[in-house]
Structures are given as structure tokens and as C-alpha cells.
Design a binder for this molecule. Sequence first.
Ligand code: ZN
Length: 490
Amino acid sequence: MSPLRNGWEAVIGLEIHVQLSTRTKMFCGCELSFGDPPNTHVCPVCLGHPGVLPVTNEKAVEYATRIALALDCRIADHTIFHRKNYFYPDLPKAYQISQYDLPLGIGGHLDVELEDGSDLHVGITRVHMEEDAGKLVHAGGATGRIDGADYSLVDFNRGGTPLVEIVSEPDISTPDQARTFLTQLRSLVQTLGVSDVNMEEGSLRCDANVSVRKPGEPLGTKTELKNMNSFRFLHRGLEAEIQRQIEAIEAGERVVQETIHFDPATGLVSSLRSKEEAHDYRYFPEPDLVPIELDEAYVENVRASLPELPAARKERLVREYGLPAKDAGVLSANGPLGDYFETLSIATGDARMSANWVLGDLSAYLNAAGLEVSASAVGAEALAELLRLISDGTLSGKMAKDVFQAMVDTGKSAPGIVAEKGLGQISDAGELDAIVAGVLAANPGPTEEFRQGNDRVLGFLVGQVMKATKGQANPQLVNELLRKHLSPNE
Ligand SMILES: [Zn+2]
């Protein structure tokens, strides 16, 4: 995003909800489901019937601890749940079990690598556990929103799904930075294996608090942008809301603390409701659940079980593979892409070429097709076969790009495509020598000019050889052969 007009700056903090991929719900034994028939994964506990007793899911606590530790939070040795009271049709208990003033993790940070290679330090205020609400389906309207719907249905399957809420400090100042932060946070959580972090399916959701001010001035009034369910919508929603706030202030209006809805269809933001204050929710300690006291041994155990995190991986890729820091940063920020690179690099023994292909042609193809690397039509082993054909001189770099495209299109192997299309560089000196001799005999003029010392005709002669071989001659070898034939002592 270009700098904001008239010297305004934006102050952005994100709240991210992560659905944990435990087998069962946060406080009952119902299995988690996605896409199953409505209201088939429910029980008296998650439906909030009177007299039932919730029990905390131990696995969810472990997963939440993993997230908090990966964000370098301090883990509370005593943490409790609160009831957050509000009425909404997707919440049959009329309260959500959440955490309030004693969250699981506090005071962490995530340092993200920006596109220009610089680091942005984003503080993590808190990481807490809670349960998800059910899902409302507004039917009979054009937009799927409650406005204009004929009726609404409720599915309680999602109600009670374990959630972790991650709240960042307002350390983010542009929509680009927000998108980069969320991308790298998603990658981190994915690395931890505690969620499938699928934004379309709602297992990763992001709200943003945003305000604007002139540099050095106190914080402006913030608004909350709700539920932007893709990286693109987060970016566009922030741009639209920042613009709206600046225009309002410059027109002499006041920014009101409220919840804002971004409509991806129109690109416009609109007020959803006035923002609740904490006291509106009448938080009080959940009397049905015992406090959670995680001792040091437990926390250290979880810490020891963490996989290699992106920051550590970046350092290792630089150290072990000799990659430039920027390449290592991109490959570490996307765990599966990093895995792909490492498999490829080990298979080819050429880290530099492997990184260039993963970050170049492979990424370009994945981006254009909108695919994750796990869905790539060309796996790491298949790409390794192609790169070996470059290393052994069978294919030029340019021919390899065409073969790669054919691999994407047909799913066939590189050697298969080369054999089928009769591709492959002519690197046989004897075969090329005869062709070079023929080209020189057919072009006596330029040949003579070169012998007189006009080096520039060499390019023309190389071109003639390439033409004669339909572009398949090894260019380096052609150059060598031409110089040999044209040297004065021949
Ligand atoms: Zn249940």
C-alpha cells in the first residue's frame, strides 16, 4: 500500500481465532465435524441443557499451550475460565465459556519477515482458550446475510469446538503488513499440527482493530473489522476502513467505536453494531470448571515436543543449504513449501538450483493456479528428475521450462516428455561438429569475415547452427566448436 495521504498513519492490531483439530469438543465428548448433516454432533453439554457439567478437553489445553509457547508467551501457572454472557441464537447456553483476566498465555511476540526483507516485531498480548458458537445459515436471500433473508437455520455441530484466540499488540501499520503477519502466523500454527488453519472453512478467522492518527499523536478511536475470511479480504477490508476513517476525520466527523462489516462484493464497509465493552458481557468465573494449573514440568514437556519453528528453520536453511536469507525466509514461512524444497534439494544435490525452481517456476505455477504446494501437479521427486536433466546437459534451462509446463499440463514425467517429443540437447560433439562444418560451408561470407577478425558474426553463425538443430544444440558446445573451426591455424 502506498503511504497514506496527508501524512496519516494506521494502527492495526489483529485478533485471530484458531479452531483446534482435536477429536472432540472443548467441554464434551461430541466429535468435531465439518460438513456433516446439521445438529448431528450435539449433546446436552454443548446444547447447554440445565444441570450438565462441562469437562475441559486436555488435548485442547495442550494444543493451546503449543500455540502460546510457539509465540514465546509466558504460560500462566494458574488459569481459569469465565462465562461471557450474551444472547444470540447460535449460543444456546446464552454464555460462551472463554477466558478473561487470567488467560493461558501472555506477553509473547512473533517477528515476521516483510516482503522487503526487513523484520516486523509484533507483540502478542494474550493467547486464550474458548469455545466456538454454532453456525447460523440465513436462507432465502441473495447475500447469505441476515439482511434480506427469508428465514434462518441454526446448526449446533460447531458449537463447543475448541478455539484459541490470539490477540496481537497494535504493532502493525499497513494492510500489507497485516496480510504478511497473518500469513506467517498461519504457517506457524500449521507447523504446530494443532489446526488445519483453513480460512475458507472458518478454522482460521481474523478480526482487525484499526484506527488512524498523525505520527506522534495519541491513538485514535478504533473500530473492529469482523471475520475477514481470506487474506485478500483482510487486505481490502483494512484499506477500505482506513480510507473511511481518514475521510471522516478530514470532513470534521468523529470516528465512533463500532463493529464494521466489510462486503467483498462491493468493497464497502458498513456499521454492524456498536461495539460492546467488557462490562456488557458480565464476565464471571465459570463455576462448573476447575482452574487449570500447568506445572513447569508439563510446560517444558510441551515445549520440548514443539517441531522446528519457521525462524529456526530459516537459520538452518541458510546454514545447511547456503541459501540467501531472503530465499530461506520465504521457504521457512511456508512449511510445506520448505519441505518440498528440502526433498528436492536432497534429491538433486543442488540447493541453489532447487531453491530457484521452487521460488521461481513452481511458485509462479502454484500462484497462478491458486494451489497450495501439497496440491502441486508436479511433486518434488518429479521435479528432481527434471533438474537432473538440466544438470547432465540433456536440457537447456529454456527447454526445461517448457518441459515443466508439459509436466503440469499432462502429469507425465520429465524423461517421458523428453522421449515423447524427441527433445533433449545435442551434446554429442561428433554429431554437432558435422553440423557446424555444414553451416560454415553454407555461409562462406560470414566465415571469412570472422577470420578477418569480426567477432560479431559469431552470434550469427551460432544462430544458424541452432536453426539447423531446431534449437536443440548445446549452445556452449556450439560456441566451442565454431571457435575451433575458425581459429587461424585450422
Ligand atoms: Zn456435546
